[in-house]
Design a protein. Structure first.
Length: 135
């Protein structure tokens, strides 16, 4: 699939209200708007935990996209491990069943931890700041 190509949803591939189901149905990661007004896409990743009883943990990675100009990644946020398994695939499969509403809450909590409890969005800040050279 080339960038910008639209494929029709395939609803028989999963439950689009979950992280993994959305990806299966739409052939792309879910996109969320953070409490900061920025756009984020999400992915499920895993890593070794160092804990023999549960050697792999899965977490959500939120890629923040630039708000203006060319479409490019501008940063990212990631959760701690949210699910565990005896393999990376098992941990990721468990996390892929997370409802998108829970992923949205996780994203907003990460933004609040990064930015404080302010609910000002980037476009509100831009309106309040004077233009370069203006006072």
């Amino acid at each position: 699939m080339s960038p910008g190509q639209h494929l029709p949803p395939e609803y028989d591939k999963g439950d689009e209200t979950t992280v993994g189901g959305y990806h299966a149905v739409h052939s792309r990661p879910a996109a969320l708007e953070g409490r900061d007004g920025m756009s984020y896409s999400l992915d499920v990743l895993s890593d070794l935990t160092g804990e023999p009883p549960r050697p792999f943990g899965a977490y959500l990675l939120f890629v923040q996209w630039a708000r203006l100009g060319a479409q490019k990644a501008e940063g990212h946020l990631e959760t701690d491990f949210l699910t565990w398994g005896t393999s990376a695939a098992e941990a990721e499969q468990l996390l892929s069943m997370m409802p998108l509403a829970d992923a949205q809450r996780a994203l907003d909590a990460l933004i609040a931890a990064r930015d404080g409890e302010s609910t000002r969005r980037w476009f509100d800040v831009m309106r309040e700041e004077p233009a370069d050279g203006a006072e």
